[in-house]
Design a binder for this molecule. Sequence first.
Ligand code: AHR
Length: 632
Amino acid sequence: VFKVQPNQIKTEIQPTMWGVFFEDINMGADGGIYAELIKNRSFEFYKPLMGWTLEGKKVEGEMLVLNRGEANSSNPRFLRVLVNKEPKSMVNEGFRGMGIKAGLRYDFSFLYRQAKPGIKLQLELLNEKNEVIGKGEIIPTSVGDTWHKQEVSFNATATANKGKFRVTFSGEGTIDVDMISLFPSDTWKGRKGGLRADMVQLLADLKPGFVRFPGGCIVEGHDLSTRYQWKKTIGPVEGRELIVNRWNTEFAHRLTPDYYQTFGLGFYEYFQLAEDIGAQALPILNCGMACQFNTAEVVPLDQLEPYIQDALDLIEFANGDVNTAWGKVRAQMGHPKPFNLKVLGVGNENWGPQYIERLKLFTKAIKTKYPEIKLVNSGGTDPDGERFDYLNTELRKMNADIIDEHYYRKPEWFLQNAARYDNYPRNASKIFAGEYAAQTDKVVSVNNRNNLKGAISEAAFLTGLERNADVVIMASYAPLFAHIEGWQWTPDLIWVDNLQAYGTPNYFVQKLYSTNRGTHVVGLTSKNAKAAVGENGIYASTVIDKQSNELIIKVVNASDKEQKVTFDIDNAKGIQTQAKLTSLTSNSLDDVNSIDKPKQVFPKESTLAVKKKQIVHQLAPNSLSVIRVKLN
Ligand code: AHR
């Protein structure tokens, strides 16, 4: 039996409380949410023709990748095609094939230059059997030394999950081509060159408080040369210098040798995405250190200045008016209004004295120029270890605004740590639970699953984050996306193939929290004070939403028995007689969702009677229940 006191306000809950963590891992961006269908569109991958197959008779020198080098260092390569009556074809395989939808319009574009007209491009969408399921053609008309862009659109006549795209050059002459691009027209908000709408919609449905980007380890890079540099990800896409992805096979344990970051989804688009879905943007920047799991490469302190300047310039890019240098760049890209950046991260999973030394320099420079910006600092990866203790002590000595704690742990850890923040120092540094996910096999095992067991353990843990909303002001599950045929890490919140996307049980836990956030934590007690944190496998937390005047109870039964709970609502003015109940459970702890069964574990809605200011609820084994009721 619990006593709930809606009038006993414990603390405010920040609008940022439940957010999302985006990283280009598991083909999250290229081959994922970034809707470009052509792999290696600008011939810049390590093997210049990766993703492309040249068809027909090959004549030496008639299809040649040229490298301009310094003349265009951000996009040095292009393809020269010589057509001598015999047509020349090349097929692009897509990232793991291309998702093609019957009836949908596809937008083709490319850059070219030619001395004189004479060549025609025939464009064909192909299905798995190489049958043509959509076609168009384009006749390049401009001539001269400069590059021109030309576009054409055509419709698909059939659906294919693993389609391909053929370009055939016919006629006579020589043409240089680059940035061969194909997008579906059903992108998010219909933006050309935009994002996959179904994937963005799953994020929007979470109503996240923030979007953290661009990672993760890719912020750090395998080495400093492959660190994330935001300035190289803005402006015209053909000028965005791609790099090998930190999660390419070279550096990770899964087979993704074709994993690059083309940055079609760059910092401008991340800010825009956050704005679109009503979330605060939370960028994380490199702190002058490469990924410490791989190398120990750091930039010397006396050469850190450009890194710090990147941070200052980013704030100007996000918030400066159109007369500032970087505010002007933002305006030229289409967003004259500021993005209203409030929080910025410096370093991801960096630790040791090297991190603290560098962080101090960043903090001084940023706080001097932009005292209003709150900084997220890396709290490391080892919540039970010495490294973590060291960082926590040092960061608190620095009066860090927000400490980013990460935990990839077994479900049991999440259950045992639901009270983790109950005894954290109040009125000091705040906590960002920036990356967490229950690991159902071993930490970073390929056998980890997004099953009910992991999801329920996370739901229990989140009662503790919510209860401590004065200390924990942001939280996000990680990683966010994974392609079923191109992942390096599991579990992940949302899985996709080329045509579909589905939320895992963990996704629905996140959604139930974020869409039932409330505005204030309120009093919850039981006869046994510990009952709200794991006694008999029951975890609970209660909030109110002051705007809608509702009480919201979250209660988790992490045991395998049905259990009855009673909530006595101590509200002088009373309470309405019917509550809305949403519960998440399934028959087995091993149950998962999948492309074929996306709703095997899915929230169900019903009602509960409220009698004499009392709610009695029979909790299903291994379940999360969210109860909403209007207060009088
Ligand atoms: O979420 C996957 C990885 O886990 C992130 O890139 C990194 O920050 C953490 O180690």
